[in-house]
Ligand binder design. Structure first.
Ligand code: HEC
Ligand code: HEC
Length: 235
């Protein structure tokens, strides 16, 4: 007996539904997990690519908002964007500084999740909502990841993060300057205060455009940011 492609697919689907043990990956997940995709994007792609909804502002690669804006406006559908991104992750141009997904652990369902998130978010106005709003941040651990995932990069220039935001002051000299901002306040306490009560003291020449991160960052994340800004600042 010979099976057509169609029936083979049907058989696999039936086995998956019945939870028969199959080789890993034969069933996969049905729907892409956008929260995972966003978190992995922030961690693995955001240092090189701007994507406003993910709060990333990398400049070594093209802005992914700008890259797809015109085509989307001209009617390109978002599934096609997802397909383009997936291809790019798995097979970047030879010689590109962009590492292939395999090298950075973005493969299979993860690559699909990242692609689906970029397909969803590219050049889309507004902010992510619900679980997606905190997806990147919840999993960010290192100072650099948090800086990107919390959107600091969009407003602040900071050399080690490769960010060029200019809504707030550049943070490159903070390690030497932070201790002198408020009399009697150490550099570390000053940065903590900047995060949790940004209105308490405004850097000269700036308005209070900075959102409070009170309750949005865990104690560990605040500490990681403080260490990140202090140890690498000035460089
Ligand atoms: C080290 C920096 C770097 C990292 C990390 C990186 N990229 Fe790239 N990416 C680039 C550069 C540079 C290009 C420009 C094209 C080239 O070099 O071939 C690019 C191109 C792209 C493009 C094509 C854009 C267009 O205009 O067509 C997409 C999509 C993309 N990257 C997505 C991603 C995703 C998703 C990740 C994370 C899994 C990622 N990149 C990680 C540097 C990076
Ligand atoms: C929407 C823009 C915006 C975002 C997002 C933002 N900031 Fe700010 N930030 C500002 C502005 C404006 C100021 C200056 C006014 C003030 O001191 O509150 C500032 C001030 C600061 C200062 C004091 C700098 C100095 O020279 O005294 C620090 C430190 C700081 N931000 C760190 C961060 C970190 C870390 C993040 C991310 C967790 C972040 N900011 C997110 C806009 C922003």
């Amino acid at each position: 007996m010979s099976l057509t492609r169609h029936t083979v697919k049907g058989v696999v689907a039936a086995l998956c539904a019945a939870a028969v043990v199959l080789p890993l990956g034969a069933c996969g997940r049905d729907e892409p997990d956008l929260s995972n995709g966003k978190a992995m994007f922030v961690e693995n792609c955001g240092s090189c690519h701007e994507l406003a909804r993910a709060g990333t502002a990398g400049t070594q690669g093209p802005s992914l908002d700008a890259a797809f804006q015109t085509a989307l406006a001209d009617g390109l559908d978002r599934d096609t964007v997802q397909g383009i991104v997936n291809k790019q992750i798995l097979h970047p141009r030879k010689g590109s500084i962009m590492p292939p997904g395999e090298e950075i652990g973005v493969t299979g369902d993860d690559a699909r999740d990242v692609s689906a998130y970029v397909g969803y978010a590219a050049a889309r106005k507004g902010d992510d909502e619900g679980a997606l709003a905190t997806a990147g941040l919840a999993q960010a651990k290192s100072g650099e990841q948090i800086f990107t995932a919390a959107g600091c990069a969009g407003c602040h220039t900071f050399g080690p993060a490769g960010s060029t935001g200019n809504i707030g002051p550049a943070l490159d000299d903070l390690a030497s300057a932070a201790g002198d901002r408020e009399p009697g306040t150490s550099a570390e306490d000053y940065i903590r205060e900047s995060l949790t009560q940004p209105d308490a003291f405004l850097a000269e020449g700036f308005g209070n455009a900075m959102p409070s991160y009170e309750g949005r960052l865990t104690d560990e994340q605040v500490q990681a940011i403080v260490d990140y800004l202090l140890q690498t600042g000035g460089g």
